[in-house]
Design a protein. Structure first.
Length: 193
C-alpha cells in the first residue's frame, strides 16, 4: 500500500530517465512537473515554443499529486473579497477565466489518452460551522451576480447524499468535477516520453 488512494490507483506510470545536457537550449525553462508546469509545457510546445521542463523528484510529487482531485472554478480570495476591490465586470471576467480552466481540464480528462483521470461530476462543499442563512444568501448572491449555478443543500437534504449528521448545509458546485490527479499528470507527461 502506498501513501494515498490515488497512488494505489495510479494506472499510468511515467518513467523519467532523461538527463539534461550542459548545452541544452530552450526558449522557456519550466521548473516543476506539477499540474501548472506540465500544462504550460503542453501549451508552449503545441504553440511551437521550444520548452524544457525540469523536475527534481517525479511527476506530480508535490502538491499537484497530493491534492484531492477536485476541479472547480474560483480564486484564492472569496468572491465577496474580490468584489470589495474590483468592479463586477472584472470579477465576472475572472470567473469566466476560471470556468475556462475547468472546461479545459474536463475535456482533457474525458479523452482516451487520459484513461482513469475522470472520476465524477460535481463537487460538494459541506459546512461544519457558520450561519446557514448567511451561507445560503452568499451562494444566491454569487449565483445572481456571477452567473454561477451552485446549489444550496439544507441539512435535511445532505443526509440523502452522505451518511453524516455533522454538516449544517452544503453547496453543490455543478460546474466542477473530481479527477485522479496522478493519472492525469502521468498521462499528460506521456506526450514527451
Amino acid at each position: 500500500m502506498n501513501e494515498t488512494w490515488y497512488q494505489d490507483n495510479n494506472t499510468s506510470h511515467f518513467k523519467n530517465d532523461y538527463t539534461v545536457q550542459d548545452q541544452s537550449k530552450c526558449d522557456v525553462l519550466i521548473i516543476g512537473a506539477g499540474l501548472a508546469g506540465l500544462s504550460l509545457l503542453y501549451h508552449l510546445t503545441n504553440g511551437g515554443v521550444k520548452a524544457l521542463l525540469l523536475e527534481s523528484n517525479s511527476i506530480a510529487s508535490g502538491a499537484s499529486g497530493r491534492n484531492g482531485g477536485f476541479c472547480l472554478s474560483g480564486w484564492a480570495q472569496d468572491y465577496d473579497v474580490l468584489l470589495k476591490y474590483l468592479d463586477i465586470n472584472a470579477v465576472r471576467e475572472l470567473e469566466s477565466i476560471a470556468s475556462l480552466g475547468v472546461s479545459w481540464m474536463r475535456n482533457k480528462c474525458m479523452q482516451k489518452e487520459y484513461k482513469g483521470s475522470f472520476l465524477g461530476d460535481g463537487v460538494l462543499n459541506c459546512y461544519l460551522t457558520g450561519k446557514v442563512d448567511n451561507i445560503k444568501r452568499q451562494n444566491q448572491l454569487k449565483n445572481t451576480k456571477l452567473g454561477i449555478d451552485d446549489k444550496f443543500i439544507s441539512k435535511e437534504n445532505i443526509k440523502k447524499i452522505i451518511s453524516s449528521d455533522k454538516y449544517l448545509c452544503a453547496i453543490k458546485k455543478e460546474n466542477a468535477f473530481h479527477f485522479h490527479p496522478l493519472n492525469f499528470m502521468n498521462s499528460l507527461a506521456h506526450f514527451w516520453n
